[in-house]
Write a protein that binds this ligand. Structure first.
Ligand SMILES: Nc1nc2c(c(=O)[nH]1)N[C@H]1C(S)=C(S)[C@@H](COP(=O)(O)OP(=O)(O)OC[C@H]3O[C@@H](n4cnc5c(N)ncnc54)[C@H](O)[C@@H]3O)O[C@H]1N2
Ligand code: MOO
Length: 421
């Protein structure tokens, strides 16, 4: 091990080596969650044609100008226009066309009056809705006037030709996907989701579902980190745990590199006699101490001819998870093309709620697990500081930062909190 790195130095070193993945054209649903590569320019207006925002009657404004309940305008109904209609009647003076929401405005009409402002063609009082296709009379009584363009969604009023609908760098969420579809795009040019291989090391590990032999534990990191990678937007592959044997680990890694944009290992990076990641990758990968707790031993390097980034996380489950959130997640988001300010988990400040002061090792930034209350602006610790405490990790929604220089945090102290979302 060399000298000690700060959290930021280690993070920045990793991010400095990340290049956004090459753009790829994906079908819309596969592009969900991905970052758009180019601006999307509107090439045809949205809506594509003037259409009605109400079920009602398309009219000429002069015909209904003076209409009241007492003196309704009586108009001849010249046709029915449904959404999707391709033949439209012309509305002349003294005429109206029944029109449904989304249907094209017929030639001659200048406004739509909602059916509730008419008798619905029944010859009776105000209508509450449209009658069936054949049940309306030849006339409609309109009780209220409407100005020009009333209840008309204008062609291009949502997105005009030439406008930028979405800017490069936008993350495609459901509304953005809806807009692309509305504009007629079947695909989007995006950065692909990074492919991540997650590999646990340790001869003590056995798969969940299997009984534990003497000295064995279940591989929890593999599942936790694979799921964390998925939650970060990656396509993640979990590899069965590899024993503490350097040639086996090397072989497993070499086999996996072909499908990896990034590799995450857990375990085997400390100073033990069987620290296998160290043994297998010494020379290629840098092993360093980071001034934090948990997460002190870390490995980072670029593997194989394709220089695939490898982040070697410590084996203790809390250490592995905290390291993922602080280092792996930003790296994955950088590969996916997210903006520099969108790489990290959000940070807030919160008032510490606890009974006794919390202690912290000198010279190391501590990340304690906690629960955050946005309403109260407070954070409370969950469980202790031990890096093996996976049960309390599972109850936390935040990490409480105690700065390197501090050896304690008093109740009421205002601290930085990383929100785990
Ligand atoms: N003499 C020293 N010993 C240790 C130091 C040190 O500085 N000097 N550092 C400690 C710290 S801090 C950490 S963190 C750990 C990290 O060690 P490794 O990355 O080499 O991890 P392992 O030794 O392989 O495992 C540590 C611990 O975690 C359990 N583990 C490992 N993998 C998994 C998994 N996939 N699922 C669940 N649990 C896992 C493993 O059984 C060990 O209990 O080193 C300290 N030691
Ligand atoms: O630095 Mo270790 O990650 O404390 O448990």
């Amino acid at each position: 091990m060399n000298d000690t790195w700060s959290v930021e130095e280690h993070r920045d070193d990793i991010l400095g080596a990340m290049r956004p993945l090459e753009p790829i054209e994906l079908p819309l649903l596969d592009a969900a969650g991905c970052v758009l590569v180019d601006d999307v320019v509107v090439t045809a207006p949205l809506p594509p044609f003037d259409n009605s925002s109400m079920d009602g009657y398309a009219v000429r404004t002069a015909d209904v100008e003076t209409a009241t309940d007492e003196y309704p305008a009586v108009l001849r109904v010249v046709g029915d226009i449904a959404a999707g209609s391709d033949t439209l009647p012309t509305v002349g003076p003294g005429e109206a066309a029944r029109i449904m929401t989304g249907a094209p405005i017929p030639p001659g009409a200048q406004a739509v009056v909602p059916v509730e402002w008419t008798d619905g063609g029944t010859g009776g009082g105000p209508a509450t809705g449209m009658n069936g296709r054949r049940e309306h009379g030849p006339e409609v009584r309109v009780h209220r006037g409407a100005p020009a363009r009333a209840f008309i969604n204008g062609r291009g009023s949502d997105a005009a030709t030439g406008a930028i609908a979405l800017t490069a760098g936008t993350v495609i969420g459901p509304p953005q996907l809806g807009l692309l579809a509305a504009l007629g795009h079947a695909t989007a040019l995006v950065r692909p989701r990074p492919r991540v291989v997650v590999l646990s090391t340790g001869s003590e590990l056995t798969a969940p579902g299997r009984p534990l032999g003497p000295g064995q534990i279940h591989d929890s990191n593999g599942f936790m980190l694979t799921s964390a990678a998925q939650a970060a937007g990656a396509v993640a592959y979990r590899v069965a745990a590899v024993a503490d044997d350097a040639p086996s680990l090397r072989a497993a890694l070499d086999e996996q590199l072909v499908r990896a944009d990034l590799v995450v290992t857990s375990g085997g990076v400390s100073v033990g006699a069987f620290d296998v990641v160290k043994e297998a990758l010494a020379g290629e990968v840098d092993f360093r101490r980071v001034a934090m707790q948990p997460g002190k031993p870390q490995a980072f390097g670029l593997l194989g001819p394709d220089r695939v980034p490898l982040l070697g996380l410590p084996g203790n489950p809390v250490s592995a998870y905290v390291s993922f959130e602080l280092f792996v997640r930003p790296a994955l988001r950088a590969l996916a093309g997210h903006a520099p300010e969108a790489l990290d988990r959000p940070r807030v400040t919160a008032r510490l709620v606890c009974e006794a002061p919390l202690t912290s090792p000198p010279g190391r930034r501590q990340y304690l697990r906690g629960t955050y209350s946005a309403e109260e602006g407070t954070v409370a610790p969950v469980g202790g500081s031990g890096s093996y405490l996976v049960a309390s990790l599972a109850r936390a929604d935040a990490l409480i930062e105690i700065p390197e220089a501090a050896t304690a945090a008093e109740p009421g102290a205002v601290l930085t909190v990383v929100l785990l979302g």
